[in-house]
Design a protein around this ligand. Structure first.
Ligand SMILES: [Zn+2]
Length: 203
């Protein structure tokens, strides 16, 4: 029971942006208080009463967690959406070397190979000499070989191609990394979000 109540639930704001991860206990309180609604796999939203009714009307699916003992077995929602106000993520993901490595999974974004962090550089996609900014969208991991090959040129000029378009992860470092990922979270997370946290989860 305790393990179920402390398991992770993804919290979205009213714009369906992930804002943090909470415990199932807190999610139930927010659902009960009417501050949040639960979302099912068909993206339908439920208040506490309709969620309870749904729990009673359906049998537990494989991999689903339920709370309670005999009669009323309340489904644990894996995603809830706040209804009251547009809470925006509290702070942005810090733009740091470690977080860029995390976002890119320690892979050179030109050749796609994985390297120890000591063998990676940060590369400005559009070089600074051409007005390229030091931002999430213009800085990627690069191995030393690709970095040398690229020099002060754009990827096109150097005959290199980016593995993927660099973007800012939406998560903030203030939020604890989840213990595991739930399939139900996937539709609400960007590739950058997933890569960021997946990498952080690795030792
Ligand atoms: Zn490389």
């Amino acid at each position: 029971m305790e393990a179920i109540l402390s398991s992770d639930v993804l919290v979205l704001n009213r714009l369906y942006q992930p804002i943090h991860i909470t415990s199932a206990r807190r999610a139930f309180v927010q659902l009960y208080e009417g501050v949040a609604r639960a979302i099912d796999h068909d993206w339908r939203t439920f208040d506490f009463d309709s969620w309870s009714a749904l729990s009673e009307a359906t049998r537990a699916q494989e991999g689903e967690t339920r709370l309670g003992t005999t009669r009323s077995r309340l489904k644990v929602p894996r995603v809830i959406v706040l209804v009251g106000y547009e809470m925006l993520p509290k702070s942005r993901v810090r733009f740091s070397r470690a977080n860029i490595y995390a976002r890119d999974g320690s892979r050179c974004q030109y050749c796609g190979r994985k390297f120890p962090r000591s063998e990676l550089n940060l590369d400005h996609v559009v070089p600074r000499s051409r007005g390229g900014l030091t931002t999430w969208e213009n800085v990627v991991c690069s191995c030393i070989k690709c970095n040398l090959k690229k020099g002060g040129r754009t990827p096109e000029e150097a005959g290199l191609r980016l593995m993927k378009k660099p973007v800012r992860p939406r998560w903030t470092p203030a939020f604890r990394a989840p213990a595991r990922f739930y399939e139900e979270w996937r539709p609400f997370l960007t590739v950058a979000d997933m890569a960021y946290w997946n990498t952080e989860l690795l030792p």
